[in-house]
Write a protein that binds this ligand. Structure first.
Ligand code: GSH
Length: 265
């Protein structure tokens, strides 16, 4: 098993695999995409992203790694400080800092039919910090430190769910490269689907059809329900497989030399 997969799996286990299963599939997304100024490796941002998976909500991620030069200044201009997570919801004219305030807001504004077990906040904060520390200890500043990159004219699109150990390295690289992306949250429709990496073939696709908006879209467009899946409208590229996606991002957007990028994968 890859070291990063093992570490990200352990981190998700520490978080009790929150951010895996949707509470109840959403019938439609909010009219305006939510926006989250986010740092992938930040434990508070993780809690918000877990909830977005469980509430089955898409979100525009505006990555703000340490020393980031693209969206940090924007967050400061709009909200007054560089603190992450920072949520903007144009559907209600809301701007919020603070993971607890954001989670309370999302819970009230976008309730689901079957709310999942409530997060006991002190435990959520403690375990999320522990998960981040584990990742930093073994994988370094993954998802925290800026890598010089070319700008993308249009946001990329990523089908993923928060706890997925294969989605995590892709989100980490998108954050490091400061590439904005629409996170198409694709949480599993039920706990019984956990552990099944890929759904393909007619029987499996029948089972997953309509389970969530994004899983349904994946099945329709690709014939496969597997995450991560990246779509890049800038180049017309669309691909599965975390390692291939990270290599694609480095090749296309990183300003590091090819050798450095190769060493980092
Ligand atoms: N209480 C806040 C704490 C958020 C926080 O401390 N975020 C850190 C990142 S983990 C941050 O924004 N640091 C400033 C920076 O990275 O520039 C919350 O729950 O959202």
């Amino acid at each position: 098993m890859r070291t990063d997969t093992l570490i990200y799996s352990l981190a998700s286990a520490i978080r009790f695999w929150r951010g895996t299963v949707v509470n109840s599939p959403r019938k439609a997304m909010p009219a305006q995409l939510l926006k989250l100024y986010d740092m992938e490796g930040c434990p508070y941002c993780r809690l918000v992203r877990e909830q977005l998976t469980e509430l089955d909500l898409d979100v525009m991620i505006l990555p703000c790694p340490k020393k980031g030069s693209r969206f940090r200044a924007e967050a400061q201009r709009i909200g007054g400080k560089q603190q992450f997570p920072f949520l903007i919801d144009d559907n209600t004219g809301t701007q919020l800092y603070g993971s607890d305030a954001i989670m309370d807001y999302l819970h009230q504004t976008y309730p689901s039919d079957e709310a999942g077990p409530p997060m006991f906040r002190p435990l959520a904060h403690a375990t999320s910090k522990l998960a981040s520390m584990l990742v930093i200890a073994v994988l370094g500043m993954a998802g925290l430190k800026r890598r010089p990159s070319k700008e993308a004219a249009q946001p990329l699109e990523l089908y993923a769910f928060e706890s997925s150990p294969f989605s995590k390295p892709v989100r980490a690289r998108l954050c490091e490269l400061e590439l904005p992306y629409i996170l198409r949250n694709s949480g599993k429709g039920a706990w019984k689907e956990v552990g099944r990496a890929t759904l393909g073939g007619e029987d499996n696709l029948q089972a997953t059809q309509g389970s969530t908006i994004n899983r349904d879209a994946l099945a329709r467009h690709t014939g496969r329900v597997q995450v991560p899946y990246l779509v890049d409208a800038n180049t017309g590229e669309a691909l599965f497989e975390s390692l291939d996606i990270v290599r694609y991002l480095d090749r296309t957007y990183s300003l590091k030399t090819a050798t450095q990028a190769q060493a980092a994968t």
